[in-house]
Design a protein around this ligand. Structure first.
Ligand code: UT7
Length: 315
């Protein structure tokens, strides 16, 4: 046995709030369409804030919440595809911003909306070898920089934000039993890349992505529970990637998860890709819905296509 538990959480959302009515003034959409199809009411967009500000803000709060000082951190992994620079990485900017030790292993990882799952699994593996047993796992996205304002099917969905957790690795902690996967597909959902002459922009085929999501979520839940030798009843809380309220409600209904065991904040933040899961975790922690001893099942899915699940405990 060996693994990680969450010791502290933090989050950062930029100040500017964009409502559905704000969007209806610039594209052919309505509050009614966005709310009923997605559950989104508002999203945050960066104006003066940078991606680095969001990462450092969320990570600082997580460290304070955990009562851990920066010099105790052995590794920092940021899940993102929208950082301020292609290089240096967002994690290097967090090292600088918080004064993490120079030998802390700091790097970014891109698994789109499943990124936080890939990052927390990577952290569990990394800390086993690290001299210091605390790690920072951050999910952060500044998706407003990639919005295609010509496409009403996607421009209403995405927002900016960051969430962070401090984890502790111990020999007597259980593994998070991560289940991760990908199916390379350059056409379904993504951000146009360097080969395009025009600026990078988000693209998505909504309906097939929705169909992929409603298969990926049960797959991840079943696989994680099987790996952990647990049942649905052993889980205290479920945290789903916030892509569409209908996907979350579908999963809750399929597994008979009562309303007090899952949570949505998509109405406030929209889809923040890799940031969505740690934003939920941080809010739940502040609300006292999760805390020491809680077992939380995380499920992510998104561009790549990628998917991931894990069962994370709070210390
Ligand atoms: O985070 C990564 C994973 N992402 C996901 O899992 C997202 C999965 N997909 C979805 O959540 C949904 O497919 C969307 C919310 C993106 C779209 O909802 P939908 O129910 O699948 O709508 P649709 O794309 O089939 O479009 C239905 C209609 C179309 O009009 P017609 O052809 O029926 O006349 C669209 O043109 O809605 C129209 N439409 C809009 N109307 C008003 C599309 N976007 C908008 C809009 N406002 N913003």
């Amino acid at each position: 046995m060996s693994g990680i538990k969450i010791r502290g959480t933090g989050r950062f959302a930029p100040a500017k709030i964009v409502t559905n009515d704000d969007l209806a003034k610039i594209v052919d959409t309505s509050d009614e369409w966005i709310t009923t199809r997605t559950g989104i009411q508002t999203r945050h967009h960066c104006t003066t804030e940078t991606h680095t500000d969001m990462c450092v803000g969320a990570a600082r709060q997580a460290l304070e919440n955990a009562g851990i000082s920066p010099e105790d951190i052995g590794a920092c992994v940021v899940a993102t595809f929208s950082s301020d620079y292609l290089s240096p990485s967002a994690a290097c900017m967090v090292q600088r911003g918080l004064g993490l030790p120079h030998d802390a292993v700091c790097f970014d990882l891109n698994a789109a909306c499943s990124g936080f799952l890939f990052a927390i699994h990577t952290m569990e593996c990394l800390l086993a070898q690290a001299p210091r047993k605390y790690g920072l796992v951050i999910g952060a996205e500044m998706l407003s920089r990639f919005i295609n304002w010509e496409d009403r099917g996607t421009c209403v969905l995405f927002g900016d934000g960051a969430g962070a957790v401090v984890v502790e690795w111990r020999e007597d902690y259980p593994s998070i039993h991560a289940v991760l996967g990908c199916h390379g597909d350059p056409d379904m959902l993504g951000v146009t890349g360097a080969e395009k002459p025009e600026p990078a922009r988000i693209f998505m085929h909504g309906q097939p992505t929705f169909k992929f999501a409603v298969k990926a979520v049960p797959y991840c839940i079943d696989q994680v529970l099987e790996k952990a030798h647990m049942t649905i009843e052993d889980v205290d809380f479920f945290v789903f990637h916030q892509a569409n309220a209908r996907i979350i409600d579908f999963a809750a209904k399929k597994y008979h998860i009562p309303p007090e065991k899952y949570y949505k904040n998509i109405q406030k933040y929209g889809n923040t890709s890799a940031a969505s899961i740690p934003l939920v975790i941080s809010e739940l922690h502040d609300l006292g819905k999760v805390g020491p001893g809680s077992r939380v099942l995380l499920v992510g899915f998104g561009g790549g296509l990628t998917w991931g699940g894990a069962l994370v405990e709070f210390a």
